[in-house]
Design a protein around this ligand. Sequence first.
Ligand code: SF4
Length: 270
Amino acid sequence: MWPPSSCKRKDRKQKMTVQQTDARPTAEQLIAMSASLEGKTPQEILQWAAREYQPGLALACSFGGPSGMVLLDMMMGIDRKVEVFYLDTDFLFPETYRLRDVCAKAYGIQPAGYMSLLTPFQQEQKHGKALWERDPDLCCQIRKVEPNARALERKKAWISGLRRDQSATRKDIQIVEWDDKFNLLKINPLAAWTESQVWTYILDHSVPYNELHDHNYPSIGCTNCTKPVLPGDDARSGRWQGQDKVECGLHVPDGQTAGYNRLHEDGEGA
Ligand code: SF4
């Protein structure tokens, strides 16, 4: 049944507010935290995160990428009360919803789906048809970035599947960072992992993954903006085809999405 009761679009007048509870650590504290976790396994990092920030910890899992599935599986072995959330853009693939339901049953959880404050119809009324073709950055802001901010309200820290091997811009990411965009701590337990390690974990542990990966969709987002790729093509080449866009804006500082889209490739996550 869709949308499930866990989807959150209750108050469409609600504005994006970025206000978390904990004070920002100093740069020195962040460096020390990351240094102490460098070389630890992702499971050890997740255990630390749950110990330090739960309640108040959120795990982002798009059900569209393998890294999120690894983190979900690991976290479910540590603390099933951590909030698992995803961004329901209203344009996700049926396979993505299916995977969400499979995981909900397998792990006994109810992932929280955060939806845009505008339905697709309202978006069309306000911004015209097929906004994703004319202004995909605005569409992502409306359907991803703003809901992500709501998902992180009153949280202390969030866990993302960013990895250093995903792009040049991510090669220096730290295990623990301050997220200026959403104003809370961001933890990247897979920072030091490779794509190969992610898939090895998935296969070794029989972790469910999006079935579209088996049909030439290495990177999965919205139906409007995701196409299959040819063997040997860049994994992200199926996203926003024909557009000068590779980044949805979740992991980019405010006001810099366009610059990133011109210069850099994005990794999994949205
Ligand atoms: S990926 Fe495409 S359809 Fe989805 S929010 Fe971004 S621009 Fe809109």
